[in-house]
Design a protein around this ligand. Structure first.
Ligand SMILES: Nc1ncnc2c1ncn2[C@@H]1O[C@H](COP(=O)(O)OP(=O)(O)OP(=O)(O)O)[C@@H](O)[C@H]1O
Length: 249
């Protein structure tokens, strides 16, 4: 599927303040269908706050969030989810006492409520998503009993169960082994090739450089650069922002 001209997800002039602290400062960025878009920046740059604003958990002081051209700034998270927005969390938000399969299966309710894909077979779809994400072998195990790297994949599987058009991933590779990250990267590339718009917040910069066609860089809440991996690597603003941080490559 070839990406369309217009971005599927867009923020325009989004500003978020916590008291006197401007966590996100007038940020306008786009996320395209069929692509993996990176959102990077040093600790505290505002990445998670921007995700929270895009998904409706955080109200902006000003600015708009658009999904497929429609202004969704005032919509609550559940309505955004029904319109095709899904995310994962930096701190995993899974049901620890449920099996991997049940964690994925319960997300089917959002899709049932959306009416976007009509009727579907919940059990068969759960199996398909487990297979697609390589979780079939541990489907029956409790989430509390699996390594964190696999639990991150369960979060993605759960998000996929809602049949999203945009998937926002907050540090999904954190806690993964090298082998798990490799498989994860392959899965994300495949999902984007099927048309999904993916926005990736990740501190593993080589992974971001490898996967993303466009990267947006935040520093102290402001967007300091947007471009291809090659452009971002060369950007003096980006290099300066990362100097002195533990992520400096
Ligand atoms: N609920 C909150 N109340 C007050 N300040 C907050 C809140 N959430 C975030 N902040 C502040 O907003 C700024 C941006 O934080 P945010 O977590 O969005 O950054 P980040 O880029 O995701 O960081 P990290 O890479 O460490 O996860 C920081 O200064 C943080 O302390």
């Amino acid at each position: 599927m070839s990406p369309r001209e217009a971005p599927l997800l867009e923020t325009r002039g989004v500003t978020v303040r916590f008291g006197g602290n401007t966590a996100v400062d007038d940020v306008g960025l786009t996320v395209a269908e069929g692509r993996i878009t990176g959102l990077i920046g040093p600790n505290g740059a505002g990445k998670t706050t921007l995700f929270n604003t895009v998904t409706g958990l955080q109200k902006p002081a000003s600015g708009q969030v658009l999904l497929d051209g429609a202004d969704i700034t005032e919509l609550p998270p559940a309505k955004r989810a029904r319109r095709g927005m899904a995310r994962t969390f930096q701190r995993l938000e899974l049901f620890l006492s449920l099996s991997v399969r049940d964690n994925v299966r319960v997300a089917g309710d959002i899709r049932r409520g959306s009416g976007r894909r009509g009727r579907f077979d919940l059990e068969a779809e759960t199996d398909r998503i487990l297979e697609r994400t390589g979780l079939t072998d541990i489907a029956g195990r409790d989430v509390s009993d699996i390594p964190i790297g696999r639990a991150r994949v369960v979060e993605v599987a759960r998000a996929l169960m809602t049949s999203p058009r945009v998937l926002l991933l907050d540090e999904p590779a954190s806690g993964q082994t090298e082998q798990e990250t490799e498989a994860f990267a392959e899965m994300l590339t495949g999902l984007a090739a099927e048309g999904l718009a993916i926005c990736l917040v990740e501190h593993d910069l080589p992974l971001v450089m490898k996967l993303c066609s466009t990267i947006h860089v935040l520093d102290y809440g402001a967007l300091i650069a947007s471009g291809t991996p090659a452009e971002i690597k060369e950007s003096p603003e980006v290099i300066a922002a990362y100097i002195g941080t533990e992520e400096a490559a």
